[in-house]
Design a protein. Sequence first.
Length: 334
Amino acid sequence: MKNHRSDIIFFFMMAIGLYVAYRVRNVLMLIYLGILFAVVLAPAIDAVRRLEIGKYRPGRGMAVVILLVGLLTVITLFFVFALPPIFRDLQGLAQNWPAKMASITERVRTVPFLEEIDTSRVQGWVAGLMGGALGVLQGLAGGVFGIFTWIIITAYFILDGERAYHWGLSMFPKEKRERLDRTLIKAEKRMRHWLVGQLALMAILGLYTLIVFGVLQLKYFYALAAFCGLANIVPIIGPVISVTLAAIVALVDAPWKVLGVVGAYLVYQQIETAFLTPKIMKASVDLPPLAVIIALSMGGALAGVIGALVAVPTAALCAVLIDEYLVHKNGAKT
C-alpha cells in the first residue's frame, strides 16, 4: 500500500513538473540558448583575453564586455544606418499602393502570355507577401526583450558557467561523473565547430546575394545582402525572411526585379538545402547529411525559429551522448 501511494505521488509530481515546464517552455528555451552560445563563444572570449594593450590584458569579465559591446555596436549601426531608408520606401509604397499596383499590372500585361492575368490574384498575392513581411518584422521588434534576456543569460553562463557546470555534475553519482564530464567535453568541441560551419553558410549567402542584388542593381543591395547573411544564422527561416524583404524592395524599385530576386533565392535554397548545409555541417559537427536535414525539420516544427537555430548543435550533443552511452555501453574511453 505504501509503495502504491509513493508511485501515485511520484507520477502526480512528474505531471506537475511537465505542466510547469510546458508553461515556461520559452524561458527554458532562452536558458538553453544561452548555455549553447556560452559554449560556442568561449573560444572568442579566450581570444579577446589574449589581447595585450601595453601591459594590460583583459580578464574574463572585461573580455565578455568587449565582445558583447562590439557585437551590439555592429548590429546597432546596421539597424540605424542601413535599414531606415528601406523602411521609408516601404512606407511610401503602402501610401501609394493603388497607383503603384495599377502601374505594375500594366507592365505585367505587356509580357507575352500574361495578357489575361487575373489582377485580383496578383493584388492578393502581393498584399499577402507584404503583410507577412511586416508581421515578421513586427515580431522581431517585439522579441527585442527576449534578445536582451538571452544576451544576459549568455553572459552569465560565460562568466559563471564553470560553477554551474560542476554544480550540475554534482547531481550525478560520483562513479559516473568522470565519464559524463569526458562525454560533455567531447560534445562541447563538436558544438563549437557548429558555429564555424554556420558562419561559413552566412558568409556564402551574404556574398551570393551581394552579387545577385548588385547585378540586378537593386536599391540598398549592400544592406540587403548583409541582412541576408545575418539572417542566415537561423537555417531555412532566416533566408525566407530576408528574401521577402528584398522582394518587396525590388517591387518598389522595378517589378521585374522581383522575378530575379525570387528566382535567385529558389536556386540558392535548393543548393543550400541539398548540398551546402549537409556537407558543411557534416564537416563541422560530423553528422550525416540526412541527420542534419531531419534535425532542422524537427527543430523548426517543435520550436519555430529558435528550434531551427539550435537543431544542429543539439543533434551533435545527442549524437555524442548516444555514441557514449548506447554504442559504448561499457564506458570505454574513446
